[in-house]
Design a protein around this ligand. Structure first.
Ligand code: 13P
Length: 251
């Protein structure tokens, strides 16, 4: 059965002291019977510290927010998948729209990054999402299909076990404008069906598909109750311990 997962993507927020305080607060308040897989994605700078704090709880791990497309070498400022893995993080977020848009990351580049992540035994949280213009032009399904197929469909079924997909419509990120539960479920079903057509039932039913975009403690329950929504990739609301804990307990 696929996992319920909630990821806190802190983006470029929280310094080291603030990040540690948030994780400690969340871990101390998390119910003992918590069944949700929780992933914190802090800055690289203190990723290792967060990963070590997470080691106290079997349901909680750390992720990086990106990795280099290169294995090693003269790439000033870049962080390799191997460095991330050696910092005890288990996942890397790839293809976030903020990287696709601001840093011009293409499906092809992301395919390379997925390869780097897998070479270092990192699992991948692969993001995709359409712009408002694409949705209004009716191109959203086509866009999501090409985002996923061009970056991931070279993988084997076995490799796909290490992929989590996050659907994040760009128009819902940080805008307070959530996709309706129907819009989110419709796209999640579409994505699961893509996986079914390519890989069959086992991969389609085994892959967690998360929703991201103004997901908060007020709307998480309704979103997560949908058949094909297996959790959330949370930005703003992951920065407040009580809000984030409530989201993790919304299944
Ligand atoms: P918000 O939850 O702030 O809309 O951000 C979503 C997101 O981009 C998570 O990766």
């Amino acid at each position: 059965m696929r996992k319920n997962i909630v990821v806190g993507n802190w983006k470029m927020n929280l310094n080291r002291v603030e990040g540690i305080a948030l994780v400690e607060d969340i871990l101390s308040k998390l119910p003992n019977d918590n069944n949700t897989h929780i992933i914190f994605a802090p800055s690289f700078v203190y990723l290792n510290t967060v990963a070590e704090l997470c080691a106290k709880n079997t349901k909680v791990v750390a992720a990086a927010q990106d990795c280099s497309a290169n294995r090693k070498g003269a790439f000033t400022g870049e962080v390799s998948a191997n460095m991330i893995a050696s910092s005890n993080a288990r996942y890397v977020i790839l293809g976030h729209s903020e990287r696709r848009v601001n840093f011009k990351e293409s499906n092809e580049l992301l395919k390379t990054k997925v390869g780097q992540a897998f070479d270092s035994n990192l699992k991948v949280i692969f993001c995709c999402g359409e712009s408002l213009l694409q949705r209004e032009s009716g191109l959203h399904f086509k866009w999501i299909k090409s985002s996923i197929s061009e970056s991931l469909f070279h993988l084997s079924s076995e490799e796909f076990k290490n992929i989590v997909i996050a659907y994040e419509p760009i128009w819902a990120i940080g805008t307070g404008k959530t996709a309706t539960t129907e819009q989110a479920q419709e796209m999640h079903f579409f994505i699961r069906n893509l996986l079914f057509e390519k890989y069959g039932n086992k991969v389609a039913l085994g892959t967690s598909i998360l929703y991201g975009g103004s997901c908060n403690y007020e709307n998480a329950k309704e979103l997560f109750a949908s058949q094909d929504i297996d959790g959330g990739l949370i930005g703003g609301s992951s920065l407040n311990s009580d809000d984030f804990i409530e989201i993790t307990q919304s299944f």
